[in-house]
Design a protein around this ligand. Structure first.
Ligand code: TYD
Length: 138
């Protein structure tokens, strides 16, 4: 898998003068079951989150409110995506180094994850991540 597999998913939108509604269904709008939801909020100006990769975890990242930038790196290529719509989700496949920054005031970053929290699924060190990426490419 590479950053070419990491794309914006345009989620369904039920627009209504009373307020809009968006929903996400596991294995329909995203290619996995959802086992965990977490969110980042009260992020101070200038803060950076992420700075890691996952071995097996799939994620959908949604800007529920406000905006932020997500920098993706699969060890070969990089791309940056600005998320600012609550009906868009960025699908991030396993083995992608990600950093999130440029949070707007009041931004809320929600993540729909394919598995429970497991520290052993993380690469916290970029060099170790790159060594393992090169092994799988060979
Ligand atoms: P981390 O994944 O490094 O946060 P981010 O990618 O947003 O910068 O997690 C920060 C801390 O929170 C770390 O100590 C692990 C803990 N944590 C949990 O206990 N459960 C979770 O579901 C997540 C995502 C993190």
């Amino acid at each position: 898998m590479s950053i070419q597999d990491c794309n914006i998913i345009d989620l369904p939108r039920i627009t209504d003068p009373r307020g809009n509604l968006t929903f996400v269904e596991a294995n329909r709008h995203i290619p996995y079951d959802i086992r965990r939801v977490y969110y980042l909020y009260d992020v101070p100006g200038g803060a950076e989150r992420g700075g890691h990769a996952h071995k097996a975890l799939h994620q959908l990242i949604i800007a529920m409110s406000g905006s932020f930038d997500i920098h993706l790196d699969d060890g070969c290529a990089k791309k940056t995506i600005h998320l600012n719509r609550s009906y868009n989700g960025l699908y991030v496949c396993p083995m992608i180094w990600r950093e999130i920054d440029n949070f707007s005031s009041g931004a809320v970053c929600m993540v729909l994850a394919s598995d429970y929290y497991d520290e052993s699924d993380y690469y916290r060190n970029y060099s170790t991540f790159i060594i393992d990426v090169k092994k799988t490419v060979k």
